[in-house]
Structure formats: structure tokens, C-alpha cells
Write a protein that binds this ligand. Sequence first.
Ligand SMILES: Nc1ncnc2c1ncn2[C@@H]1O[C@H](COP(=O)(O)OP(=O)(O)OP(=O)(O)O)[C@@H](O)[C@H]1O
Length: 346
Amino acid sequence: MEQEILLSVKNLEVKFDLRGRTLNAIRGISLDLYKGESLAIVGESGSGKSVLVKTFMGLLDANGRITDGEILYNGQDFTKFKTEKEWLAIRGKELAMVLQDPMTSLNPLKTVGFQICEALELHQGLKGAKAKEAAVSILEDVGITEAGRRFSQYPHEFSGGMRQRAVIAIAVACRPKILICDEPTTALDVTIQAQILNLLKDLKAKYDLTTIYITHDLGVVANVADRIAVMYAGDIVEIGKCDEVFYNPRHPYTWALLSSLPQLGVKGENLYSIKGAPPNLFTHIAGDAFAPRNPRALKIDFVKRPPYFDVSPTHKARTWLLDPRAPKVDPPESIRKLRQGVSANG
Ligand SMILES: Nc1ncnc2c1ncn2[C@@H]1O[C@H](COP(=O)(O)OP(=O)(O)OP(=O)(O)O)[C@@H](O)[C@H]1O
């Protein structure tokens, strides 16, 4: 079945000017987002996850610029936008974002209810009693009990988890098509994390959302994502359905990420202790950016950037290991066990 593409990124490049030097933050990304799906973008700190989604909302820092590519949405190309006015028709209304720290999104001086009403008025033209009624109902939708009373409270009267619910309420009040969640639960404790993820899942169905999750934690995405895109050094190195990436990963960086998952009972190192450091994005990267940290790297990995190779119609990875001419390189023991577990279970 053909899936409808909601947002299409083509060969996107983003650079930052920093003290006379140029940092290559996004290095030629192409990505289709399908209507109704839940896509997770994973990768370690600095891989470009946030910068990528900021380009979807016109929120790049002032020293950043798109130097190539297209971002197509509903017949428009965001990369061609020149004015803030053009973005105001998109931001909040078509795409909304939930950030890690709710306090950066909430105004501490205004009640939570007022802030939801503001969004309702701006995007749906609702005012007065109608707006309040709608806001209370949204507060209920995001799982805030005694919504009528909570409506009149200030963010500091809410707990951390409730603040995040309030931020989500403001985001969905605008009825966006796409909800971007940037590490939405990182700042919360584990039980609250699970509640917020469940809430986001419920809201996705109720509000007919397409969602993008950004996280460095593969454990988080296993429960929420239909597809996973793995980012490394400003590029998507592997993308596929959740099961494909978890149980048949092909890029050595994905192997490393998975090996670090404590949830899988795999004895390995923490994500942040994958040996070596990410590459310097100020310099041109010739081959596979992960090669210097990859104990299984081939010679060509240091010389030539790999293209994508298809693993299945829905799964591809940018690694020379998938070239038919490549020598057979086995994934680490832990990854092989994962795979065997799947085939043994049918
Ligand atoms: N305004 C800026 N000026 C210079 N470099 C920037 C700027 N914003 C981001 N970068 C750089 O772009 C790269 C990608 O950053 P980004 O914040 O997207 O990473 P990330 O994967 O989202 O990491 P994290 O999980 O820490 O947020 C990093 O090297 C970062 O230092």
C-alpha cells in the first residue's frame, strides 16, 4: 500500500558560522515522513537531531543556514521561506514542538489555562467561555485531573510531569498535523516518563497526529515508534521499521547503539562510552563518518562515502558492508544473539 507523504526532506544541508569557521551540521539528508506514522530519530548528542527538526519550523539559530536541499510540505518548500510571516502560518498550526524542559515553553507569569486559551484563540479563533471550555477539555485529554481548578493555576503550581502535560496541551490545542517531541521525557523520572509516552500515544490517535520523537535513548523509542532513523554526524545512516532496525540492524553505528541498551540484557558499554569521539564537523568528512570508531571498518570506509543500500523495501543503511563486493563482516555477538532470538521465535 502506498503511504501518503506528509513532509519530504530532500538532500538537506545545514551549516553554522562559528568564529570564522563553518560547521557542517546536516550533511545531505533525505527523509520522507508518512502521514499518521510515528518516526523516531535517534543518535548521540551532537548528531544533528535537533538541528534537523528546527529546519522544519524555521527555528535555526541566527548563525545557521540551509545551504542546499528542499523541505516540502503541502505544496510549499520551507527552504524558500524569506519572512517570519510565512513561518507563522506553519509554526504551531501545522507543526508543533514539545521540548525536553517544559519551563522553556511555559510562561511562568501566566496561568496554564490562559496559555492554552491563547493558542486556541490564535489558531482556532475561540474566545471567552468557548475557549475556556475547550481548554478544560484539552487539559482532561492530557490527563490533568480537576482540570477546571488546574486551569487557573500557574506553571510553578504544577509538578514536572504535569508541566509537560500542560506543554503538550498547548501544542495539541493548535491542532497541528505534525507533533515533534524533542527528548520529551528526558528530564522526568522513569515512571512519569512512561506515563507521558503513553499519553503521547493516546493523543496521536485522538488528535490524528503524525509524530516525530527525538531521543538518544533507543529504549524509549521501542514502545512508541513505527520507524527509526539513526543519525550520526549530521546524516541518517540507517532507517527502517522499528523491528528491522532493532532485530536486523546493518550499520555498525546502529550495532554500537543497540549494544549499549541495558534493557536488552546485552552486556556492553553505555551509549556515551562508544569508544572514540564523534568526528569534527568543521572539516570535510571523506568516507563513512563512523569509520574511525568502527573496529570493523573497511579500507573504503575511510575514503568514500557509502551510498544507501536497500535491506528491504522499507529498510536501508549507508554502509559499505552492504555492498555485494564487501567481505562478510559479522555484527558483534550481542547483535547476533538478538537476531537469533527473533528467528528462534519464528
Ligand atoms: N547555533 C549553533 N552554532 C554552532 N553550532 C551549532 C549550533 N547549533 C547546533 N550546532 C552544532 O550542530 C551539531 C548538531 O547539533 P544538535 O543540537 O542538532 O545535536 P543533537 O543530536 O540534537 O544533540 P543533543 O541530543 O545534545 O541535543 C552539533 O555539532 C552542534 O554543536
